[in-house]
Ligand binder design. Structure first.
Ligand code: SF4
Ligand code: SF4
Ligand code: SF4
Length: 364
C-alpha cells in the first residue's frame, strides 16, 4: 500500500488563495506539509492510515491498494455491516461522511463501526476525533430523512499493548529496508525517505481544467436516488453539514468570473456570455475555493442546508448580469450603468486623460 497524490485535483493547485489544509490537519504523523502552496509528503513517514484520503474534499489523495468504492460494493455483496480499522479497510478515517451515509443507506443491517478501537494514529487522537465527528455528522444528516443510523460498538477486544503494537506494525515497513535485496529496492527506499514535492507542470495544469465530481459524491447521489422521499424536507444548519453547501451571491459581486471558472466540480458555472452565476448544491464539495478567491467576499454560505436538494437537485441562478458590447473595443463586458465602456477601456481612457492634463501643466 502506498499513498498517491494527484496535484491537479487539489484546490491549492488552482489558486494560491486557497486556504485548504484538511490533509495537513488530519495527518497523525505530520508528514503532509504545504510546500510552494501544494501538499508534499515523505512516503517513508506515512503510516498509510488514509486519513487524508477520507478528508480531502476533491479526492486528491488515494491509497494504491484501497478503493472506497470497491470496499462499498464488496461490503454490500458480502452483506457486511460491522467494520473496524485494519479489517477490511486501513483505518475508519479513510471513509468520508458521504461514504458513511452511503454505507448506512445501502446496508440492510444497521452499520456498526468500532470507532473507539482506532489506534492507527498513535496517541495523537486526531484520527479518532475525525472518525467520531464523521459518524456524528453522518447520523445527523441521516436523521433528517431516514431511520437508518450508524452505531458505534466494540467489535474487537484490543488491549492497550495491542494498540501500541498496531502503531508499530504500521511503521514496521520502514524496518524492511534491512531486507532490501536489489539496487532497485534500495533506490525506492531512499526515495521514500525524501520529501515528495509536486510541481505545477503542463500536465497538472491540463488536469486542473478538467472538472471532476468525486466518486464519493456520485456514490452518495446514486444511493439517495433509491431512497423514499421524506414527507417534510428539513433544513440543517450550514455548520453541521461539512461536505456540501448552499450559497448566495450578494450585490458586491463584480462578475470577475473567477469563482465559476475555478470551481473544481462545476457546481458553480455560467453561460456562454458569462451573464449568470449558476449553482448546483449536489455538485458542491464545500472545498471553500470560491470563497477564498472572491475578492469582494460576494459569495456566501446560506445559513441553512435544505435536505430537499438531496431529492430534488436543482441548479439555481445566484446572480444575473447585463452583458453589453463596449463602445470602444467591441468586447463584451458586465454593464452596470452609465457610458457603455468596458473596465479596460475606461482605465486606458483615464490614463490618457491624466497624461493630457500633465502635458497641459508642463506647457505653462
Ligand atoms: S484539496 Fe485535498 S490535497 Fe489539496 S490541500 Fe485540500 S485536503 Fe489537501
Ligand atoms: S462571486 Fe466573487 S469571485 Fe464570483 S464572479 Fe462575483 S466577485 Fe467574482
Ligand atoms: S462551489 Fe465553491 S465550495 Fe463548492 S465545490 Fe465549487 S469552489 Fe468548492
Amino acid at each position: 500500500m502506498s499513498l498517491n497524490f494527484d496535484p491537479s485535483s487539489c484546490v491549492r493547485a488552482s489558486s494560491k488563495f486557497s486556504q485548504c489544509t484538511k490533509c495537513v490537519d488530519i495527518c497523525p504523523v505530520s508528514t503532509i506539509k504545504i510546500v510552494d502552496n501544494i501538499p508534499a509528503f515523505t512516503p517513508s513517514s506515512c503510516i498509510e492510515c488514509g486519513g487524508c484520503v477520507g478528508s480531502c474534499p476533491t479526492e486528491s489523495f488515494s491509497l494504491s491498494d484501497f478503493s472506497a468504492i470497491n470496499f462499498f460494493f464488496g461490503a454490500l455483496e458480502k452483506k457486511e455491516h460491522k467494520f473496524a480499522c485494519k479489517t477490511e479497510l486501513p483505518c475508519l478515517s479513510v471513509l468520508s461522511v458521504e461514504h458513511l451515509i452511503a454505507l448506512a443507506l445501502g446496508s440492510d443491517e444497521p452499520l456498526i463501526l468500532d470507532a473507539k478501537a482506532c489506534a492507527c494514529g498513535g496517541d495523537s487522537g486526531v484520527l479518532n476525533n475525525q472518525i467520531e465527528a464523521n459518524i456524528e455528522e453522518a447520523n445527523f444528516v441521516l436523521s433528517s430523512f431516514s431511520s437508518k443510523q450508524i452505531l458505534v460498538d466494540s467489535l474487537t477486544d484490543i488491549t492497550e499493548q495491542e494498540h501500541e503494537e498496531s502503531v508499530r506494525d504500521r511503521r514496521s515497513f520502514l524496518s524492511l529496508k534491512g531486507a532490501m535485496k536489489s539496487k532497485q529496492d534500495f533506490d525506492k527506499a531512499v526515495e521514500a525517505d525524501e520529501l515528495k514535492k509536486f510541481e505545477l507542470d503542463s500536465e497538472v495544469i491540463m488536469g486542473i481544467k478538467d472538472k471532476k465530481i468525486p466518486d464519493k459524491r456520485k456514490l452518495l447521489f446514486s444511493l439517495l436516488k433509491r431512497q423514499k422521499r421524506p414527507e417534510v424536507y428539513e433544513v440543517l444548519a450550514t455548520e453541521d453539514v461539512g461536505f456540501t453547501s448552499q450559497k448566495f451571491v450578494d450585490a458586491s459581486c463584480t462578475n470577475c468570473q473567477i469563482c465559476y471558472r475555478i470551481c473544481p466540480t462545476s457546481a458553480l458555472s455560467s453561460d456562454m456570455k458569462f451573464s449568470v452565476i449558476n449553482f448546483d448544491a449536489m455538485m458542491c464539495v464545500k472545498c471553500h475555493l470560491c470563497h477564498d478567491v472572491c475578492e469582494p467576499n460576494a459569495i456566501q454560505l446560506q445559513p441553512g442546508f435544505e435536505i430537499k436538494e438531496f431529492f430534488e437537485p436543482k441548479q439555481r441562478t445566484l446572480a444575473k448580469f447585463d452583458i453589453q458590447r463596449c463602445n470602444e473595443c467591441g468586447n463584451y463586458f458586465t454593464y452596470t450603468g452609465g457610458v457603455k465602456e468596458c473596465f479596460r477601456c475606461k482605465i486606458e481612457e483615464d490614463e490618457a486623460m491624466e497624461l493630457h492634463e500633465n502635458a497641459k501643466k508642463m506647457d505653462f
